[in-house]
Design a protein. Sequence first.
Length: 148
Amino acid sequence: MPSLNTPDFVLILGSTSDIAPAFSFVVGNGLVPSASDYRPQEFGNAALVMVGAPFSLRFARDRGQVFVDAGSSAAGWHKLEYVLEFVDNSVTQQQLGKPPDPAAMANLLQLNWDRVVSLFSDQQKTSQLQAFAKQKSAALVGRLFRKP
């Protein structure tokens, strides 16, 4: 990864409108840009971290596909789709799409904002989330590398 002092690294002011416009509401909920980068020479890849309390969001755009993680220093980073599924068991991966649709995730995050805040405010719940995310990741790896 290039350093901030190299010409290959272009720091942008960073906002969700640059990477995931559907998440612009998070600014009104107290999240602020912390770190960002944009690499036009690499297919427009970009990253942005929006920091807040008790959780932050991390956005990554890789070749046009947007990935969103939610996390905290205590809980680590987790796929937002896993967090949404954890706080609302009516949310399914099929509902979010493959790959997960950022607009669908943004809508569900907005609807479940208080639940996500509550989740990252409770150490016991974040421990349960970690186990849940580990189980979901293991299931995904099992599907990807299943022996015929």
